[in-house]
Design a protein around this ligand. Structure first.
Ligand code: TMP
Length: 193
């Protein structure tokens, strides 16, 4: 089973993932951007405020393709529970915003670009926080952590969730980390007893 965690920068996803390791010790924990050289290229792009957004999309997609073939698909073939901190929906939401000036209906373009080669998650937990919380917790260090940008990304996530409500569970990210982890454990166990 493939579980993904999504949310704005500062939603607490990565911290929650660290705690989940104690609960699901036989699961494969992974993330996007990955820790491979493709992921390094993505991170260079995130840190470059002048990076071309179309080029950046394809860096993320390259990282995703390698992530699928090297990690996700082999683990699913072994019947492992896979938990990924960010996945396809991050691209639809974030690049759905960065590409607005370059491509018509970018979220749809990004979704359709993935369809032929990706594996969609069985369950996606969206950790929801208010915009001021996201801005304050993320620290505003990268181009993706500014308020107007995160507002637009939040709107894209809302659209994705509205289109596929059966795949998503919304987790209240404004509560303390123990509450977030408890909610996540409950929903993942309900899907993967
Ligand atoms: P992280 O903060 O979860 O490490 O992700 C790095 C940044 O990259 C974060 O601002 C979200 C952004 N991002 C995208 O824009 N598109 C993607 O596909 C992914 C995986 C992350």
């Amino acid at each position: 089973m493939l579980v993904t965690l999504e949310g704005l920068d500062g939603s607490g996803k990565s911290t929650a993932c660290r705690h989940l390791r104690e609960w699901f010790q036989s699961a494969v924990f992974t993330r996007e951007p990955t820790t491979s050289w493709y992921g390094d290229a993505v991170r260079r792009s995130v840190d470059d405020s002048d990076a071309d957004p179309v080029a950046e999309l394809f860096l993320y997609c390259a990282d995703h393709a390698a992530h699928l073939s090297e990690t996700i698909i082999p683990a699913l073939d072994d019947d492992r529970l896979v938990i990924s901190d960010r996945y396809v929906d991050s691209r639809i939401a974030y690049q759905g915003v960065t590409l607005r000036d370059r491509i018509d209906d970018p979220a749809r373009f990004v979704r359709e670009l993935h369809e032929p080669f990706t594996v969609m998650p069985d369950l996606t937990c969206f950790i929801e926080v208010d915009i001021p919380t996201a801005v304050q917790r993320s620290g505003g260090a990268t181009k993706f952590e500014r308020r107007p940008f995160l507002e637009a990304v939040a709107t894209e996530y809302d659209r994705i969730i509205d289109a596929e409500p059966q795949r998503f569970t919304i987790i209240d990210g404004e509560q303390d980390i123990d509450g977030v982890v408890t909610d996540l454990v409950e929903v993942i166990q309900a899907h993967h007893p």
